[in-house]
Design a protein around this ligand. Structure first.
Ligand code: BGC
Length: 377
């Protein structure tokens, strides 16, 4: 108990420090500073007494808004079974209420660990409290859960870093493909209910805002605020609708769109469809994320400029490893105890490193990925 109390005070102190150091370009939109994950340690996340080796483990995934979630479903089922557990892996296809019911049912079935990829990170407080009250351990997977203390650990790729890499890729692509500036650009963000959408956008804007301020980048539509550029449900049809309007209002009469910040591959392809339909033949430099098969193909064809590789196998493997540690009564591995303030607590995290991919390094990056590699340039 004493050790725990000391850890809490230390964490609070770190939290206060990072709060005072925070800027508007923070990771989660609430607070937190940027840090590079250090080597794994067990500071800040405590396990428990362990549990039976054949326990039920619940995995609540969101909707299938990108390929990574489908991959995760398969991997969780296989890897948890191989480790001797009884997995319940479910998608909340019809929305928040379904996901809430699924988590509640997992608790009732005695799940010892609940892994959550939240549809809406702020709407699971009641169900996760029930999980904690039942003695289960709660892991936020890929997306942070907000405004609740009923979460023990966050395992994800470094989302703020994803945004930074996207911002940098957009600038690099513009310089490579569109000559010297100034450049006409537009911005896209992810779904406002997904806790990841803000750190992606804030990371990118940390890189892009100074270039908007100095006139290198011109957002012709003037839509620069997160709320103006967010895409409900991460749906391609929603971004397409927005771009249909943007294109006809701002890019008729010879004004060309040079570049687009897109937070993921699905939305990048939606934007490209809209730009093409608007009659612009010059492909804008566009970023993405997830290394989806169709987007990787497009990158190799010289159309989409970049994506981000967040190997789902790595993320699931780290999560399953954590579950095994918990089963054995060991403290789980964490490497960041200050960046992810969920509004109620700083959630200890294990962050993996995302990789930016363009045509230049794709073959190398995907060399060992059975879905994407081997590629030839
Ligand atoms: C994930 C992204 C994904 C998006 C839409 C985010 O929370 O981190 O990889 O593109 O959800 O599915």
């Amino acid at each position: 108990m004493k050790k725990l109390a000391t850890a809490f005070i230390a964490l609070t102190a770190v939290g206060a420090l990072s709060l005072s150091a925070c800027s508007s370009n923070d990771r989660d939109g609430d607070s937190g500073s940027k840090s590079t994950p250090t080597a794994g340690s067990t500071d800040g996340a405590t396990g428990g007494a362990g549990f039976a080796a054949d326990s039920t483990i619940g995995v609540a995934l969101p909707q299938k808004t990108s390929e990574n979630w489908v991959l995760a479903e398969n991997l969780f089922n296989t890897d948890l079974k191989d480790a001797g557990f009884k997995p319940i892996v479910q998608f909340g296809n019809s929305g928040v209420a379904e996901q809430q019911n699924q988590i509640q049912a997992m608790v009732e079935q005695g799940a010892k660990v609940i892994v959550v990829g939240a549809i809406d990170g702020s709407q699971l407080g009641t169900q996760l409290k029930a999980a904690k009250d039942s003695g289960a351990y709660v892991i936020a997977y890929d997306r942070l859960v907000k405004n609740t203390d009923a979460v023990d650990l966050y395992i994800a790729f470094d989302n703020f870093k994803v945004g930074v890499l996207q911002g940098e890729a957009l600038l690099k692509g513009l310089a490579e493909r569109k000559g010297s500036g100034p450049y006409n650009i537009e911005l896209v963000a992810g779904s406002p209910d997904d806790a990841n959408a803000t750190p992606f956008f804030n990371g990118a804007m940390q890189v892009l805002q100074p270039k908007i301020n100095d006139g290198t980048l011109k957002v012709v539509s003037k839509q620069t605020g997160f709320d103006q550029v967010a895409t409900q449900g991460w749906k391609a049809e929603n971004v397409q609708k927005r771009f249909d309007t943007i294109m006809s209002a701002n890019y008729s009469g010879g004004t060309k769109l040079d570049g687009v910040l897109s937070p993921n591959d699905t939305l990048a392809r939606g934007v490209l469809t809209s730009v093409k339909q608007a009659g612009q033949t010059d492909v804008p430099v566009i970023t993405g994320q997830d290394s989806e098969v169709e987007s990787v193909k497009s990158i190799m064809e010289g159309v989409q400029y970049s994506t981000i590789y967040k190997d789902t196998r790595e993320l699931v493997a780290q999560t399953v490893k954590t579950i095994k540690d918990l089963q054995a009564g060991k403290d789980p591995e964490v490497n960041d105890t200050k960046s992810y303030d969920n509004g109620v607590k700083i959630v200890p995290a294990y962050l993996l490193t995302p990789v930016v991919v363009t045509k230049e390094n794709a073959a190398e990056v995907y060399a060992n990925d059975p879905t994407l590699g081997p590629l030839t340039k």
